[in-house]
Design a protein around this ligand. Sequence first.
Ligand SMILES: Cc1cc2nc3c(=O)[nH]c(=O)nc-3n(C[C@H](O)[C@H](O)[C@H](O)COP(=O)(O)OP(=O)(O)OC[C@H]3O[C@@H](n4cnc5c(N)ncnc54)[C@H](O)[C@@H]3O)c2cc1C
Length: 389
Amino acid sequence: MAEAAYDLAIIGAGVIGLFTALFGSRQKGRILVLEPWRIGDSRAASFSLTRSIRNDYLDPFYARLAFEARKLWLDFQAESREPFLIECGCLNIARVSVTPDLSQTYAEQSHRVLHGLGLRTHAFDRGGLRERFPQFDADIGRLDVEAGLLYVPPITASLLARLQTAGVTLEQATPVERIHRRAGRIVIETAAGERLADRLVIASGLGSNDLLARIDGCQLQLPLRPDRPSESKYFVPSPEQRGQFTPARLPVFAYLDVGIYGHPMLEGKTPGVKIGYYNPPDVRRQTTSVTSVQSFVSQCMPALADARVLDVEGVDQCSYDLVADDNFILGPIPGVPGASIGTGWRGTGYKFAPIIGRTLSELAFDGTSREDISRFTPERFVRSHAGQE
Ligand SMILES: Cc1cc2nc3c(=O)[nH]c(=O)nc-3n(C[C@H](O)[C@H](O)[C@H](O)COP(=O)(O)OP(=O)(O)OC[C@H]3O[C@@H](n4cnc5c(N)ncnc54)[C@H](O)[C@@H]3O)c2cc1C
């Protein structure tokens, strides 16, 4: 007797694949998740300790999408045993001595975007900032209020528990060798044998091109590029100072014009205040006096000057999945009926995971999605569309 087919097979068990499985399991019967490594492998981007959740994008489309995703996180948290969303806000700062034109800084521009969308945002001048957040030495602060941190371990645990309850099959250490069609079904040849499915979602992060190349007849290859933060450090404050660096007093913070972002420390969960240095491609680069995490601390966060410094290890050493045109890749795979893909989150995908998972599940089962994802279509990289013929 032929093996029964899964209603949906998902390849890749990062946060995107797991949320796709969760939403898929609400739609229909048998769901399979295939993972070549093991859940939590530090080569996958999704298994860090903390991830920021914020709305403060310069592009209103992403800002609104992040806010919609946040609603789904709150729903997910309400059904989870342990809370994981820490609503400390996200503060964007700027200093005249570093970026002289304050009106053009990321802080000011993203504040205007949030304001335009009717999202909660608060403006501080130097005096107000000093009073509310004395950890910083800056001339302006713009607080994205409905933002903060996601503490990752309970999220992963909750996702896995819920998938198990829903009867989703999760096969780990099961690399995919080839994908083709037989008698109207999708055949996934794995190291452990064949798996049959009616629908397919690829959520394989930086492994997406490898997987696309394994689909018979699929011409699509994506302009994905790995890129890493230049530096990522934990600043461990002295025990007397710690109180001012936990989320009750310190928000997530960023000075994105100069490539700096940071997370407050979670007492007993993270070693210290995490500060990364990276210039994302959607932010204009300029030459300033901030050229490292240390130079940021000495100029903008002197309260941490005496803290012990540790390297951030594990997942946070892994890479962002950058896209040539700097937009997410989400939609049907051209020329492969019943298959969709989601990747290219450009180092910012975790916060969007529930809404992306819901969208991938809708694409699989309904062939359409409630979110307008036309600008993310993989079709844009098909040669004729890209005007490369
Ligand atoms: C250093 C760093 C900091 C970040 N900070 C933030 C942040 O603060 N806030 C935020 O929102 N986002 C952040 N992100 C981004 C976020 O973590 C990622 O966008 C998100 O985790 C991507 O999830 P994913 O499921 O697509 O990918 P992954 O978690 O990488 O999972 C991909 C899965 O595909 C599997 N796979 C890989 N290769 C293959 C293959 N050839 N065949 C089959 N399967 C394969 C892997 O085993 C893995 O399970 C950060 C990312 C990094 C790297």
